[in-house]
Design a protein around this ligand. Sequence first.
Ligand code: PLP
Length: 449
Amino acid sequence: MNDKRTDQTSPAARDLIARDRRHVWHPFTQHGTEAEPTVIARAKGASLFDAQGREILDLISSWWTCTHGHAHPKINAALARQAERLDHVMFAGFTHEPAVSLAERLAALLPADLNRVFFSDDGSTAVEVAIKIAYQSWINRGEPRRRMLLAFDGGYHGDTLGAMSVGRGSQMFGAFRDLMCKVCVLPYPATFDGDDAADEREAGALSAFDALLTERGQTIAALIIEPLMQGAGGMRFCRPRFLKRLVETAQKAGIIVIFDEVATGFGRTGTLFALEQAGVVPDLICLSKGLTAGYMPLSATVARDAIFDMFLGDSFERALPHGHSFTANPLSCAVALASLDLFDEERTFDRIAHIHARHRDMLGVLAARTDVTKPRVLGSVLAFEVKEGGQYQSEQSRALRDWYLAHGLNIRPMGATVYLMPPYCITDEELARAYAGMIDGLDALASGA
Ligand SMILES: Cc1ncc(COP(=O)(O)O)c(C=O)c1O
């Protein structure tokens, strides 16, 4: 494979990399083997620009966060306005306009009585909070027997301890097994376009769930799932009707249902939230990433009224003992509000539908390749498997990632899974470049270039 990297030869770039090497510990990085990081100097729209001004199309939206595009003038202005007014204030005993307005907006956008918004900082903490709410709600109800959590094979919910526990099916966290809480893992019926075993796998997952309910239904506190699409597990999809059956069965058995929409939220699957496509209402939903259009750390765990009511009482013991220094940071909330406005102002769902149609046009091209399996599209996400692509961080997936980067594309395969999840502002010309480069990378991989 060609291992030509971004040109980082300028003295300023060399200096920054040397300083980075001395003091920075990067996420998901083996510093013993990893090549030097790419210096990014600025970003605009769907593009990042390195120290030499070379363009890199951000085709995975910077870890799935960037929705309307980098450096959007309206979001920049909202951020600057809020910084002039109120930068931050602790959120216990204090409140402020951006947080209240954002809570109101989210409650109005979410279905039924998903009305109560708990703010935290990122996807992992949103999940952590949901797990703690679910768990404590059973204690507050006088049913402490319900302690077991259910999660799905291949699910990923973040890197804090609770979130890792429900993500144990992702095989990412072997070193921490002994620290995790009790979780049962159910099979996940990953489906794709033209999958003729989808019915069978869905039935298998549902009957595994039924068996578990019969065996120990009364001990289960909550079930967590990434609705319609497992992200880090490899862009694995499930169908809305499976999700609906699952949720109905769980709620009938009294189990609290948590939707982790950290990755799927804010348009990624074609609707604002994935739950809309299944027509179900979870008891708790976790939001982050696209919440602030990729600008600021912020997350929200939204609870149905009945869940919130279980924390009311005369003693602090019934309250949720959880909070963070930057809970409901006003700058983040102001940015989230500006981002929500843009969905209407820029007719973002038309753009998402357009990206979806363009992605679908690629399905035939991908299906015709002998080195590709399971091509699939959901909303603005296009994914497929490279045959014999190896595990997460395999030599092959890193080689492909490096090839793409060297050719101006930020595409980072997860093991055998190659995917595009672009910002919604991406233009037709940029998409054409993305598809052509994506295919060229596969050809280069196949020829060992
Ligand atoms: C579905 C899902 N939940 C939770 C997380 C964790 O979010 P964060 O990395 O912001 O902690 C992620 C991150 O990719 C995710 O995809």
